[in-house]
Design a binder for this molecule. Structure first.
Ligand code: KG4
Ligand code: ZN
Length: 339
């Protein structure tokens, strides 16, 4: 009888401490400990994040193994996020993974966080999942990254477009900060936008060639817009919050989808996957749904808990790398830019 492949995966690239257990490609546990400490700062404070990871890592791993009913002695390997991300945060998960693998004398598997967001589409529970067919395009939109990825096989992918500056999630978070809304801003802008008019205010289109993105100009124009309007009327934000959110969100989504359509046309692909925290955005989902009808696309969104940062996506990469015997040794180091 073939032995089970049981992998413990750790994710700690930003402000969530995450552990997951995968057995023969099925997720048995997916534990996420968020960090409330950043809320009042309007963004993640790196030093506070790494300290919170240190506090959370052992309880989170313990909880994942307990929920999965997997004893550490039957683990086949430990997978962890090597990067990209905040170095101090990555080091906590990376050091834990290295020590645990060494202590158990089992292989260690390094994972690229961005590859993992794409591979989240292959996560299965009870042998069930809705997986895209190869080749497919994946729009990965998170707080740290915005990419269009051409995926030709498991673990075989090429970034064909990316942001030159801010990520889409960052554009949401920074606008929220300007409006005095708490971090993370995406969900709050989304909620306010639902009752607003997306045509109420106009924001400029970024001009970037090919499949690349840029959101910093949009963010700056938003800052000036709010500054000028509140000079004229100090209650401008309060009185127009829904229209402001709807108009700004609409522009971000328009920009994201326009490049995705261009890429789908150039590569003649109708399998379209969306990943990352911004995949939760209701306007993005609606616009993609419309394009699906118009262009005969097959669209894929992972379950919400697998869109935002999580260790199940690290676990699924770990599973495929284990099958390929792609292990790393104890000399591996965490890397903010993944090199
Ligand atoms: O993937 P993720 O959890 O972390 C990173 O790897 O960055 O993404 C977090 C980002 C944040 O910028 C957050 O504001 C954004 O995803 N986000 C949203 C929504 N939910 C989360 N943005 C727009 N609309 C949402 N509903
Ligand atoms: Zn992420």
């Amino acid at each position: 009888m073939k032995e089970n492949i049981n992998i413990l995966a750790i994710e700690s690239s930003c402000d969530d401490t995450c552990a997951s257990v995968i057995s023969n490609g099925n997720i048995l546990a997916n534990i996420i400990a968020g960090q409330e400490v950043h809320r009042e700062y309007g963004g993640v404070v790196p030093e506070l994040a790494s300290r919170a990871h240190q506090q959370n890592i052992i309880p989170v791993v313990h909880q994942a193994l307990k929920l999965a009913k997997i004893r550490k002695e039957v683990l086949s390997a430990i997978a962890f996020t090597k990067g990209p991300g905040l170095l101090g945060s990555l080091l906590v998960g990376g050091s834990f993974a290295k020590s645990f693998a060494l202590g158990l004398n089992i292989p260690l598997i390094e994972v690229n966080h961005m590859e993992a967001h794409v591979m989240a589409h292959f996560i299965k529970e009870n042998n069930q999942g809705n997986c895209p067919n190869f080749p497919f395009l994946c729009l990965t939109v998170s707080g740290g990254h915005t990419q269009i990825v051409l995926v030709s096989d498991y673990l075989k992918m090429e970034v064909i477009g990316k942001t030159k500056d801010d990520a889409a999630g960052e554009a949401f978070d920074k606008a929220a900060k300007i409006l005095g809304l708490p971090y993370p801003g995406g969900p709050i802008i989304d909620k306010n936008a639902k009752k607003g008019n997306p045509k109420a205010f106009k924001f400029p289109n970024p001009t970037v060639p090919d499949f690349d993105y840029s959101f910093s100009g949009l963010k700056t124009s938003f800052l000036y817009f709010i500054r000028d309007k509140t000079k004229e009327d100090p209650s401008f934000i309060e009185n127009n919050i829904q229209d402001i959110c709807a108009s700004y969100q609409q522009k971000i989504v328009e920009v994201l989808v326009e490049k995705l359509i261009k890429a789908a046309e150039k590569y003649n692909i109708i399998e379209i996957a969306i990943a990352g925290g911004v995949a939760a955005n209701s306007c993005l989902r609606n616009v993609i749904e419309k394009e699906k009808q118009a262009r005969n696309w097959n669209i894929y969104f992972p379950k919400f808990e697998y869109c935002t940062d999580n260790a199940a996506m690290i676990a699924i990469v770990g599973h495929y790398k284990f099958l390929n015997h792609e292990f790393t040794d104890q000399s591996v180091t965490s890397s903010a830019r993944y090199v």
